[in-house]
Design a protein around this ligand. Structure first.
Ligand SMILES: Cc1ncc(C[n+]2csc(CCOP(=O)(O)OP(=O)(O)O)c2C)c(N)n1
Length: 353
């Protein structure tokens, strides 16, 4: 543990914001504004997209790795960070001598970085924001949005298209629960910043189970959030995550009914694995992807969940116009897991070019 001095917060820095119940978002925003630094948020660093936040954070980190990243003088990693490989690579590249791990109660990765038990205090830091620094980071993020939007829109309905539509449909006060793994990672990578959206304004509460690691209990957790907050709630999850905790939808006859819309992205199996190294492994389909070949909408209807199936972005938009009211599901039949993986490879390619 050590103390920070004015010279530690140089003019060119970055805040990486992870999950932490101990972190005050107001403080983070004040810090970012004081220093004029960009904030790279992880999926659960809710609320999202306050003034200095950058959309597409992992893609931004990768895009700037040979340019802006070389100029970084200080990184404040706040809360528990470490969900995205490109963000971890950025932290590693900058190196531990410039790395401050703040509010370290939840730090997941060991390292010889400097620890601060709190968010850096404004009084301890010099403030000479360099006006072009944040602007250059924002330009990288905006260029990524401009590159990916037409690709997503020109495709058959995809998981990426679904998360972008749901995020855009959220209203102030809504709750959004994200399943593992594409749902959370897609929001982190591909959700757009938009001045008119409640999500962008940080007015939506975003939750996940156990970082991006748990597919167990996701339905029950989201239902608990809807009931505990009495706020309109959306859950975005994959087909395996839904089936894993299906019983969470079988409510007792006298139990209160949550206002929750489940948006199930049905790619028949664990889609995320098709983007990882093990996609080439022998027995991949049976052992890793585990497609179940089930009619998700029939299963949901059989247990009394009002369910719509959508195969186009137009149909999805129609059903998203209805606000959460009781237990409902929208099952989005997206492309095959191979198509979904190819789309993400393409989005990465256009983002970085
Ligand atoms: C209890 C548990 N078992 C296994 C895993 C490993 N795991 C992570 S993502 C995933 C696949 C999830 O598939 P799906 O819900 O269809 O979502 P997609 O990957 O298609 O987004 C699995 C099995 C986990 N996170 N938690």
């Amino acid at each position: 543990m050590t103390n920070i001095s004015k010279s530690d917060a140089a003019t060119k820095g970055v805040i990486v914001l992870g999950d932490s119940p101990f972190v005050s978002i107001t403080e983070v925003n004040e810090l970012a504004a004081h220093l004029g630094w960009p904030v790279l948020p992880e999926p659960t660093a809710a609320p999202w997209f306050l003034p200095n936040y950058l959309a597409h954070a992992p893609l931004v980190a990768e895009k700037v790795s040979a340019s802006l990243a070389n100029e970084i003088e200080t990184i404040f990693a706040i809360g528990r960070v470490g969900l995205s490989r490109p963000i971890n690579a950025l932290l590693a590249k900058v190196g531990t001598s410039k790395y401050w791990a703040c509010a370290p109660a939840l730090i997941s990765q060991p390292g010889d970085y400097r620890l601060l038990p709190h968010i850096p205090r404004l009084a301890d830091l010099a403030s000479e924001p360099q006006p072009t620094w944040l602007k250059r980071w924002r330009e990288a993020s905006d260029a990524i949005e401009a590159a990916i939007a037409p690709v997503v829109e020109s495709q058959h309905l995809s998981g990426v298209g679904v998360i972008r539509a749901v995020v855009q449909a959220l209203r102030s006060g809504d709750v959004l629960h994200l399943g593992s793994s594409y749902s959370a990672r897609d929001v982190e990578m591909y959700a757009a910043q938009n001045e008119t959206s409640a999500f962008t304004a940080g007015e939506v509460s975003v939750y996940m189970n156990r970082g991006v690691n748990g597919i167990d209990g996701v339905i029950s957790t989201a239902i608990g959030e809807a009931l505990a907050t009495s706020r309109p709630t959306y859950l975005i999850c994959g087909d395996l995550t839904l089936l894993h905790d299906l019983n969470g939808l079988v409510l007792g006859a006298d139990e209160p009914c949550p206002d929750i819309t489940l948006v199930v992205i049905d790619n028949d199996g664990g889609g995320i694995f098709s983007t990882l190294e093990n996609a080439e492994a022998e027995g991949f389909e049976r052992v890793i992807a585990t497609p179940l070949g089930k009619d998700i909408s029939a299963i949901l209807r059989a247990i009394g969940v009002t369910t719509e199936v959508v195969t186009t972005s137009g149909e999805l938009a129609t059903h998203l116009r209805e606000r959460p009211n009781g237990l409902k599901a929208i099952v989005a039949r997206v492309g095959s897991r191979e198509q979904e993986a190819r789309l993400r490879a393409k989005l990465r390619q256009v983002s970085l070019s």
